[in-house]
Design a protein around this ligand. Structure first.
Ligand code: ZN
Length: 198
């Protein structure tokens, strides 16, 4: 079943791309640096589409995504490149309601991975593995950047970026939460205050 599903998705992606490339038009003329000079750090959650929720077209802005939209070392690496080499001057950190990163702890995912690598299921309270074939203990050595409260996580991340020695003080960093029930961006005032340029 998994194999059939894989080849269906493979075909769908290539068909969609053929359609997209047919209408590519003057997007071939786009410059490398983002035309609107800003960057968004946000969660990889499939319900979030930054191009739609923030009104982006190809070439407009950088979008850096990871699980949670966290200001990990790698996210900061991208933001520093985004400004230093590609000229963005305004940054947004956008987490969201109902984030999957609120549903586990480092201990929980470490233990699940040690038991089995197959996709676990969540019953609304806890996670369990469908199989127990043995995974790997490596998960216990990773910092997963889970979230216990989305407002706190936005504040933490804006502060971490603000205080980074390679982030210049003149870049404003705004903190928001995207509401998956309404599609609205809600500003986290404490985060934006922490991200105010000096
Ligand atoms: Zn999320």
């Amino acid at each position: 079943m998994a194999k059939q599903q894989n080849s269906l998705i493979y075909d769908e992606v290539l068909a969609a791309n053929a359609h997209y490339a047919d209408d590519f038009g003057d997007k071939s003329e786009l410059a490398l640096p983002p035309a609107r000079g800003f960057a968004i750090l946000t969660c990889m959650d499939a319900r979030l589409d930054p191009a739609k929720y923030a009104g982006l077209a190809e070439g407009d802005a950088h979008v850096i995504r990871n699980a949670g939209g966290r200001a990990s070392d790698d996210a900061i690496r991208s933001l520093v490149i985004s400004h230093k080499l590609l000229g963005t001057r305004t940054w947004f950190v956008i987490h969201h309601t109902n984030c999957g990163m609120e549903l586990f702890s480092d201990e929980v995912i470490g233990t699940l991975l040690e038991d089995d690598l197959e996709t676990a299921s969540f019953d609304g309270k806890q996670w369990s593995n469908p199989k127990h074939r043995g995974g790997h203990a490596h998960g216990h050595f990773i910092k997963w950047h889970t979230i216990s409260n989305p407002e706190e996580s936005v504040v933490q991340d804006v502060r971490r970026i603000r205080e980074h020695p390679l982030v210049p003080p003149y870049i404003p960093i705004f903190g928001f939460i995207y509401d998956v029930k309404t599609g609205k961006l809600i500003e986290v005032e404490t985060a934006s205050a922490a991200g105010r340029p000096a």
